[in-house]
Design a protein around this ligand. Sequence first.
Ligand SMILES: Cc1ncc(COP(=O)(O)O)c(C=O)c1O
Length: 443
Amino acid sequence: MQKNIQLNRRNFLVNAGVSIAAATIVPGQAQGLSIGSNSDSASEQLSWAAVRAQFDLMSRDHIHLSSFFLTSHPRPVREAIERHRRAIDENPFEYIEKNMFEMPGKIQAAVSEYLGGKPEEIAITNSTTMGLALVYHGLPLKSGQEILTTAHDHFVHHEAIRLSAERAGAMVKKIALFDDIKAVSESEIIGRIKNSITSKTRVVGITWVHSGTGLKLPVRAIANSIAEANKDRAESDRILLVVDGVHGFGVEDETVAEMGADFFIAGTHKWIFGPRGTGIVWAKRENWKMLRMIFPAFAIEPFSAWINDRKLNVPTQASWITQGGFHAFEYEWALPAAFAFHKQIGRSRIAGQIRNLNDQCKEGLAAMRHVKLYTPRGNRLSSGLICFEIEGMRSGEVVKRLLAHRIIASTSPYKESYARLAPSLLNTPAEIETALKHINALA
Ligand SMILES: Cc1ncc(COP(=O)(O)O)c(C=O)c1O
């Protein structure tokens, strides 16, 4: 019989047939804390012009109102990627061996500092899509149980639900949270979810900010209402709240870990400005415990169990949900630089700036008779996305005409597709005025 092999971070790869050296990372190097020539101090406030200058947008003569789609890397992120890329190209074996067990912890620390949780509560993924799939497929769903979701979520969210429910023999119920978005209210949203919960409901899957209308859900209030419904339920029957948070993460001044979600999923390559191909899932330790792994993890306990031909000794942890294998490490390891950039600007300043630009844009659109604005005004039920229609014009045509004026808008990829604008840190009030002027001229 094989003797029990004790494994730790150091000898994980030794036992996998690869040697591992002591891991040392030059402080600040992996974190990408400096913002080019602007400042080395995380406490110094960057002006909005300085923030915009960090982006390498080819076309400064364009007005970028679709930056949420996939980020342009800001300078600190580009520099961190480049540092890692160069080091890997110079010596892939040694650089990766030195860093691959240290960097996940640093990334978890950076993410958890931003969202208010603990490092061990973070799984690193490559997108919102991947995070949603990992969570829904890992949930302990039983045949006959139900996932309650809404008619307003993104394609990838609905697909993750459909595929996981099919496998478990679970059911899916999709509800509309409003009949007319013009009249939508917080109490209506909460009431519709509450009234749709039955004894079969095991999961409620929602989206923080809808990319089809720009509606922002009151996640905390929904979580409170679900907590109320959970009062008389056994732990094994507890309703779990899964949130696709991608369009609120990096926009709203929220402490995500306190919002009441059981699983919070977001790509970090949109509003967070992280490296393209990065994302996270946050959940408390007790929630990670119930998740089944889908991918083999590069983690000590699963490896140790495998090599010693035994069962896993401890329940699932967040780090086991990060898929194993070699990744595009120069990208993944540059993620802390994006959170350092956000920290340097300030989460509440970011939220305030995005809110002001969106208010300006929505008020301008609301005043135009030929425009039908779908996104609620103010910021209680909306965030950084604005959806609208122009009377008698298809959304694709609106986007095309704006592009002719160097304004980059998008259409929303939903059954009812609207024209969409996303005023962000990359924009100025003057740019919003210019965009409004051209939309006005489309009458
Ligand atoms: C609400 C929502 N969820 C998920 C996604 C997919 O995100 P990702 O590209 O990070 O997988 C999108 C795409 O923009 C989205 O709008």
